[in-house]
Design a protein around this ligand. Structure first.
Ligand code: PEP
Ligand code: MN
Length: 347
């Protein structure tokens, strides 16, 4: 932390700060310039933050220099991390495609969607059994029955499963079926849930809150990391802005910003960002171009019958194009499409 004194600050003002900081167990290093004095603090930043130094006489500004999140920060961990989900890598060097239905509806719909996902190059299957719905009257997901369907489809296709958990009490149940736990945008600051997934022993995909800053998102990741789980993938899924033409506004700059601040992989959800089928491929290209470590895409065999998010689901006819993007775009940024665990063993 750095304290900038105002030009009129006196020696007594400076001494008072040094005194308060050392009483709080820290050290204060005073550098006197021609016009201003600057005091650098070394010690527990959280304790300094509680001292209300800004209100002390002669203080012009107080600035934090180290980031408030530690475990997920790149400051202490300069190498970018690779997270493995059922053997599939997510991180630098590759682009991972995660695809599947927004919600698990029936065994057949889930299997068909998984086959579509695989045909497009996906190596992980998404699908929600617990759906966080804005309306309490909307389809809430099949619950454990949905988890069983996902586990069956994993058996049939070999695709490891990413699925959302919305309640801290359900974490052990969902973790017993899933290969990766998803925390959705509506729960990014549900701290009890974050702590529970942190203890679950499974990788976690953490969406960005729809109105959350990048710093808030990383603080949420820190909650998970603090419970001993550093297998976290960040997912930018669009934020709320004044624009109404799209469901959310994809914040492409969040990808390189988060990657510079944190060692965790960052992926993009072009389906929930745009909320429109015709935008999924352009936003997928944008995500790969900006350096995303993966994309997570909704697909559905019959979107007109989908119980959730049909308008944004890719259909059969789109898959050839998605497969082409996934093949052609990663090499343009020096990456390859992430292979499945089986392919890695064979290759
Ligand atoms: C989802 O991926 O199914 C979902 C509900 O996404 P989000 O939390 O980003 O709205
Ligand atoms: Mn959805």
């Amino acid at each position: 932390m750095v304290i900038v004194m105002s030009p009129g600050a006196t020696a007594v003002d400076v001494a008072a700060i040094v005194d308060v900081v050392s009483t709080a167990g820290g050290e204060a290093f005073v550098s006197r310039g021609v016009n201003r004095t600057i005091i650098g603090l070394v010690g527990d930043v959280e304790r300094f933050a509680a001292l209300n130094l800004r209100a002390m006489p002669g203080v012009a500004d107080v600035m934090r220099v180290s980031q408030p999140y530690k475990l997920v920060s790149r400051e202490n961990h300069p190498e970018r991390s690779v997270i493995r989900v059922g053997g599939v890598p997510i991180g630098p060097g590759t682009v991972t495609l995660i695809a599947g239905p927004c919600a698990v509806e029936t065994p057949r719909q889930t299997l068909e969607a998984a086959e579509m996902a695989k045909a497009a190059g996906a190596t992980l299957l998404r699908g929600g059994a617990f759906k966080p719905r804005t309306s309490p009257y909307a389809f809430q997901g099949l619950g454990e029955e949905g988890l069983r369907i996902l586990a069956d489809v994993r058996e049939q296709t070999g695709l490891p499963v990413v699925t959302e958990v919305v309640d801290a009490h359900d974490v052990p149940l969902v973790a017993s079926y899933a290969d990766m736990l998803q925390v959705g945008t509506r729960n990014t600051q549900n701290f009890a849930l974050l702590q529970a997934v942190g203890r679950a022993g499974k990788p976690v995909m953490l969406k960005r809150g729809m109105s959350g800053t990048i710093e808030e998102w990383l603080m949420s990741a820190e909650y998970i990391a603090q419970r001993g789980n550093l297998d976290i993938v960040l997912c930018e899924r669009g934020i709320r802005t004044f624009e109404t033409a799209t469901r959310n506004t994809l914040d492409v700059s969040a990808v390189p910003v988060a990657q510079r601040l944190s060692h965790l992989p960052v992926i993009v959800d072009p389906s929930h960002s745009g909320g429109r089928r015709d935008l999924v491929l352009p936003l997928t290209r944008a995500a790969i171009a900006v350096g995303a470590d993966g994309v997570i895409v909704d697909v559905h065999p019959h979107p007109e019958q989908a119980l959730v998010d049909g308008p944004q689901a890719l259909v059969d006819g789109d898959l050839r194009e998605l497969a082409k993007v996934m093949r052609d775009f990663p090499p343009l940024v020096g990456r390859t499409l992430a292979a499945s665990a089986d392919d890695l063993l064979i290759g």
